[in-house]
Design a protein around this ligand. Structure first.
Ligand SMILES: *Cc1c(COP(=O)(O)O)cnc(C)c1O
Length: 289
């Protein structure tokens, strides 16, 4: 779909860092943001190879994955339907989904749990329907995300990324292993009790020698925030000109700053933070700034 991806690496000019770089996955597209395109790339290719023209997927009412799938489907000439967790609501994200032509099926939380059953119930007889798991989690998604590392032209001591399902992290680790790099991958789960992310990553990439999980930067849990996190976002954006979102990338950048401050990371080490996008998430929390 994208002839040429635009995801440059930029150096951040900050007093506390000599060598902090950002891979601007957020610039790939405003709606098919960052890692969501990486995850969809080979899923779309597979759907098209199987001649499926109707993507069926799943997500919460503020899901970046739903917007990305809706936008990617419309630009590829495909139909899309999403099962949205919970009661019927309207918000900026779902508005975009609708504009991109996605059908929304609001689904109460109990039946939402069994995604394949929902797919079977509604689309068993639709030969064009193609199942995409919540967040796009799949081996195709891991392959797509590993290409982030393949594209790098410099070598880094540390790569940082935020994790929800861990699929993006698995792809980055896969890229590090495949390219024989010594780079450490620092993963910041944005949910509470984020240790489960390791098991998710191991499903795809058994060699976790270079993996470091930092489970203390969830700020209370998924989509939970604190005044300190909002202060960080405001300072960071004012000082760098980069927008970050409260759900994923702010927690990741907060961790980079904190680990550098407490000397876990040396100030001369070469760091690459993956800006995975998700900026529409700002609008879901606009009253908190
Ligand atoms: C979805 C998302 C993530 C998490 O990706 P996983 O592969 O689920 O771990 C990280 N950052 C942003 C901006 C996202 O939208």
């Amino acid at each position: 779909m994208f002839e040429k991806l635009y995801s440059p690496v930029e150096k951040l000019k900050l007093a506390a860092f000599n060598n902090l770089f950002v891979k601007r996955e957020d610039l790939i597209d405003p709606y098919i943001s960052g890692n969501k395109w990486r995850k969809l790339k080979y899923i779309l290719a597979k759907a098209e190879a199987e001649h499926k023209n109707h993507l069926i997927t799943f997500g919460g009412a503020y899901s970046n994955h739903l917007v990305a799938t809706a936008a990617a489907a419309s630009r590829s000439g495909l139909k899309s339907t999403a099962f949205v967790r919970g009661e019927k609501v309207t918000n900026e994200m779902l508005l975009l989904c609708k504009l991109f032509g996605m059908d929304l099926i609001f689904t109460e939380r109990e039946s939402y749990k069994d995604k394949f059953a929902l797919f079977e119930k509604h689309f068993k007889f639709d030969v064009n329907a193609y199942f995409i798991d919540e967040g796009g989690a799949s081996t195709e998604a891991v392959t797509g995300c590993s290409e982030i590392v393949d594209e790098l032209t410099d070598v880094y001591d540390h790569i940082f990324c935020a994790a929800g399902t861990g699929t993006t992290a698995a792809g980055l680790l896969d890229g590090i292993v495949k390219n024989n790099l010594k780079t450490k991958l620092h993963v910041i789960p944005v949910l509470k009790n984020g240790n489960f992310i390791k098991a998710e990553i191991v499903k795809y990439v058994p060699n976790t020698e270079n993996l470091i999980l930092h489970t203390d930067y969830h700020f209370g849990g998924y989509a939970k925030t604190t005044p300190e996190l909002f202060k960080f976002i405001k300072d960071f954006t004012a000082n760098t000109g980069l927008l970050i979102d409260p759900v994923y990338t702010a927690k990741m950048f907060y961790a980079v700053f904190d680990l550098q401050r407490n000397k876990t990371i040396k100030s001369d080490d070469k760091i690459l933070a993956i800006h995975t996008g998700g900026l529409l998430g700002i609008f879901g929390m606009k009253d908190k700034f």
